[in-house]
Structures are given as C-alpha cells and as structure tokens.
Design a protein around this ligand. Structure first.
Ligand SMILES: O=C([O-])C(=O)C[C@H](O)[C@@H](O)C(=O)[O-]
Length: 310
C-alpha cells in the first residue's frame, strides 16, 4: 500500500531535487543488490524530494521485468520509512505497462514514472489512449514522461487530466519550449512538472520560469553535494552561481558525455568509479567510458570543492 496519495506525492516531488539512482551490476552484468543498497544508503544523507528506482539512468531498458521488481523492492526496503516517495518505472506496451504498475503497487511504491513504449511510432491519440489505460489500471499517482515516441500535447494532457485524477506529473524529455509553454499555460498547477532532459541541470534555470520546479538529477549519483548545491542556486534564482557551476562543471561534463551515444547513462557509472564507489559496468547496448575519458571526468570532479567554496 502506498504511503502517499497521488496528489500528496506529486506536491512533494515538485518541492526538491529528484534522485535517479543507477542500477549497479557485477562484472558478469547481474544485478548487484549489495552495491545498490550501499549506494542508496550513501545517498540518503542528502535531501531529495523523491527517488526513482530503475529509471532511464537506472537502465530500465536493459532490465527484465523480474529484475525491475527486485530493484524496486530493494529500494522500498532501503528507503521505506524515510518519508521520501519511491517511484517505480513502467513502460513498453500497454499490457506490460499495467503489469509493471501492479508489481509497483505490490512492492509498496508511491508512484509510477511511465516511460515511452518500445520501438513503435505512435500518434498523439494513440499515446493518450495508452496513458489513459495505464493510469486507470492503478491507484498510484502517475508521472508521464514525454520523450522519444511518447509525446502528448496540451490538449491531450488536459483531456487525460480530466479522465485520470491520478495523472499527477509531467516529465519533459523533449525540450520544446513552445510545447512546454502551451502545456503550462493550459494545465498550470494541475500537474507537477519535472525536467527530464539528459543532464537536466543544463536546463534547470530557464525551465524554472516555465513552471518546472524540479528535475531528475543523474549527476546526483556521484556528486550529490554539488547536485544539491546547484539545485538550491537554481531555486534561489542565483544566476551567478548557476552560470559559474555550468561553466566549471556541467558544460565540460556534457562535452565528455556527447562523445558517444548512450554516454548520458555510462558517464554516471564512470563518475561513481572516479569517486571510488564503483557501481560496475553498463549493460549493452551501452558502452563504458574509456580510461582516458574517466581521467577527464576525474579532473572535472576535482574542481568541485573549490567551486562550491566560492
Ligand atoms: O529516467 C531518467 O533517468 C531520466 O529521466 C534522465 C536523467 O535523469 C536526466 O534528467 C539527466 O541525465 O539528468
């Protein structure tokens, strides 16, 4: 049974930074539960408004449904009782997405992040029908992730919000400012808005003015203190601090991330290696950073204490 109502949990996640932990693997690529527990326990000393198990950064796309269930149950048992909402992933086709929602409820999750369907293309109407069926299959609050082939516009979202009271959040992974503006203008406070573009810090300041009060921080995995520092600077509207942090860390970081497709996730596991908290390799089709790229990342991480002092 969820510990938060859909609207309580949506309100809560909109008020702070969001953690998207990686899923650690052993060298044979099996799930490393002990490393996952230790990672969550280390991160729990930093304040976040929600924890999303097995999201994109958690390699949802390369986990089996039973592995997703195990990851979610592990996360619930690690952070349950802390007051931080735990959001489980759902995705693929409608039938599978409903099964993920059932498993999330059974595991005691507080909400669902609905990731895009796999492979096929889809019309807005088709996506809306999919989202409606998934929302109606669960009592948990649902955050729909607009990304790739799952794109809703303001009209479809408004209809869905009318039909599905438990559709409580909208996560943007498209980066279309006109669309975001149309959505916020039409739905306003009806939804909680989450920034979900790769390395979401890059967009956090302008997105705040579009009604997006929070974002999924992948870098929180390995530089949590900096991620929280950055979030606070964004929320305080401290442009100087934000732009110094963008120039000194975030923009050079995304220059490394952009060297290969799929690095948005791989670089996060590389970051954990660099700070001595190895979460193992990524699974194919992703590839790990080279030693030289890890050295470049390490040099960037070394700048952070001085940056945060200033
Ligand atoms: O599901 C996910 O992991 C994401 O939404 C993407 C990342 O957390 C993204 O926002 C980032 O890289 O900061």
């Amino acid at each position: 049974m969820s510990r938060h109502t859909p609207h309580e949990f949506a309100k809560q996640i909109g008020a702070g930074l969001l953690s998207f932990p990686v899923t650690p693997f052993k060298s044979d690529l099996s799930f490393d539960e002990a490393a996952y527990r230790s990672h969550l326990s280390w991160l729990s000393q930093y304040q976040v408004a929600g924890l999303f198990a097995a999201g994109g950064t958690g390699e949802f796309f390369s986990l089996t449904p039973s592995e997703v269930g195990r990851v979610v149950r592990t996360a619930v048992s690690e952070i349950g009782g802390s007051g931080v909402p735990l959001i489980a992933p759902s995705g693929y086709g409608t039938a599978m997405a409903k099964e993920y929602c059932r498993a999330a409820e059974d595991a005691g999750a507080d909400g669902i992040l609905l990731l895009p369907p796999y492979l096929t293309e889809a019309s807005t109407d088709g996506v809306a029908e999919h989202v409606e069926q998934v929302c109606k299959s669960t009592s948990l609050g649902v955050i729909v992730y607009n990304r790739a082939n799952q794109v809703l516009d303001e009209h479809a979202l408004a209809r869905l919000a009318d039909h599905c009271p438990n559709l409580v959040g909208f996560k943007d992974g498209i980066g279309d400012i006109e669309l975001m503006t149309r959505i916020y203008a039409k739905l306003g406070d009806r939804l909680t808005y989450v920034g979900g573009l790769p390395t979401a810090e890059t967009f956090a300041l302008p997105y705040l003015t579009l009604g997006v009060t929070t974002y999924s921080s992948a870098i929180f995995n390995f530089v949590p203190e900096f991620a929280v520092y950055f979030y606070k600077a964004v929320r305080a509207g401290d442009h100087d601090k934000v732009y110094r942090a963008l120039n000194e860390f975030v923009l050079p970081y995304i220059a490394i991330r952009n060297r290969k497709r799929g690095y948005a996730v791989s670089i996060v596991k590389a970051g954990l290696k660099v700070i001595g908290r190895d979460a193992g390799p990524v699974r194919p089709p992703l590839t790990d950073l080279t030693d030289a790229e890890c050295a470049d990342l390490s040099a960037l991480v070394a700048r952070l204490p001085k940056l945060m002092e200033a």
